[in-house]
Design a protein around this ligand. Structure first.
Ligand SMILES: Cc1ncc(COP(=O)(O)O)c(C=O)c1O
Length: 382
């Protein structure tokens, strides 16, 4: 790739692609207002949080206004992984324990602590298996801890709001509510990973956890926050922040620097000014309808496949393919379609335990016309 603008990417051989799978440039690749905010602040002042400057206060206030009132403390870092790592430290200070409950196929980042909470990593190639202090809950299911004898009481339940690497799994509302209630009844807390699903992406709500009517104790943020500029954050309750006041300072050289704060502020403004959450709702609902209405049967070469499920919310969707005869995952069909779509100028990807889920999570400026074009081209199969 040699360039990009909004939902389009340009390759060295002169082709234009419609980016249907990059949720990091949230408002659009190289969005002019966000680029300008970064350039302006970079030329004015860039320093760290040992100094006082307005940008951080303005950004923190604006960002916290998007959360339920109890979530009113924020720590700034530079990646989703650093946010997970810090959330683990906060959780352990607050609960006094290190037993975790995680969703199967979850991914929470690349630090040692984050990998230890990520079955997507520790249970796959090169992984060392499940750590002793971690319990895995299958998705979606009533869960191993709900009343099972011998199940350890988790101190912290860590959950992506829609489980991306598991294949865009939306969790049942009662599952989330029961799991959170159960963990809390035993003195534990709930950490929502909004690195993929936050900032209006799920369309119907600003945060993914709001789809389930649950309020987390800690929320971790990343990817879309800086539209590609490396930013992350941990948002938590006052009492959790207090538990972290051990005397040991928390300092991040780059977290919350003025350039990042101005960029983050511009991202929030663009989401509002351009109605991006509403766009995600309308375009996402349209695609869900199209794909649900489309033929459930599809042929790739001489073989027949079946759309097992179309799922997700807003601009965070997945299409799961299975083999007709056996109901087994149709990995080869999903990969074939994604490759063919690339030839047609549409960038998609596959994910899920068997790589048989076609994944869709484009920049939020993805328009209805783009959606129609995508549905028409994908319509050859689905
Ligand atoms: C759900 C989730 N959490 C955390 C992370 C880690 O974020 P980063 O790559 O910014 O460290 C990712 C990255 O893919 C993610 O998808």
């Amino acid at each position: 790739m040699v360039g990009a603008a909004m939902q389009y990417m340009y390759s060295a051989d002169g082709r234009t692609y419609l980016d249907c799978v990059n949720n990091i440039p949230h408002a659009g690749h190289c969005h002019p207002k966000i680029v300008e905010a970064g350039q302006r602040q970079m030329a004015r002042l860039n320093t760290n949080t040992r100094y006082l400057y307005d940008s951080m206060d303005r950004y923190a206030e604006k960002l916290l206004s998007k959360f339920p009132p109890g979530l009113n403390k924020i720590f700034f870092v530079n990646s989703g992984s650093a946010a997970t790592d810090l959330a683990v430290r906060l959780a352990e200070c607050h609960t006094g324990g290190c037993e975790y409950l995680v969703l199967d196929y979850a991914y929470h980042g690349n630090t040692k602590a984050a990998v230890s909470l990520s079955p997507y990593k520790f249970n796959r190639k090169g992984g060392k298996g499940k750590p002793e202090n971690v319990t895995i809950i299958e998705v979606p299911s009533p869960g191993p801890l709900l009343g099972k004898e011998g199940a350890k009481s988790p101190h912290t339940f860590f959950a992506e709001s829609i489980v991306g690497c598991a294949g865009q799994i939306v969790l049942p509302k009662d599952f989330m509510q029961q799991t959170v209630n159960r963990v809390r009844a035993e003195g534990g807390i709930y950490v929502a990973d909004e690195v993929q699903t936050g900032f209006g992406r799920v369309g119907h709500k600003f945060w993914g956890f709001e789809l389930y009517d649950v309020v987390p104790d800690i929320v971790i943020l990343g990817k879309p926050m800086g539209n590609g500029h490396p930013m992350g954050a941990v948002v938590c309750t006052e009492s959790i922040a207090r538990s972290f006041e051990t005397g040991m300072e928390f300092f991040s050289s780059f977290g919350g620097n003025p350039v990042s704060c101005e960029i983050g502020l511009a991202v929030l403004e663009v989401i509002e000014e351009e109605g991006l959450q509403e766009n995600a709702r309308l375009v996402g609902d349209y695609l869900l309808r199209q794909w649900a209405l489309g033929s459930r049967q599809l042929a790739v070469g001489s073989r027949q496949y079946h759309v097992a499920e179309v799922r997700g919310s807003g601009l965070f969707l997945g299409i799961e393919l299975i083999k007709n005869e056996t109901g087994e995952p149709a990995t080869e069909a999903a990969v074939h379609i994604v490759n063919e779509m690339k030839e047609r100028g549409f960038l998609l990807s596959t994910d899920g335990p068997f790589n048989n889920v076609i994944k869709f999570k484009p920049p939020m400026c993805f328009s209805m016309e783009n959606a129609e074009e995508l549905a028409e081209n994908l319509g050859r199969w689905i």
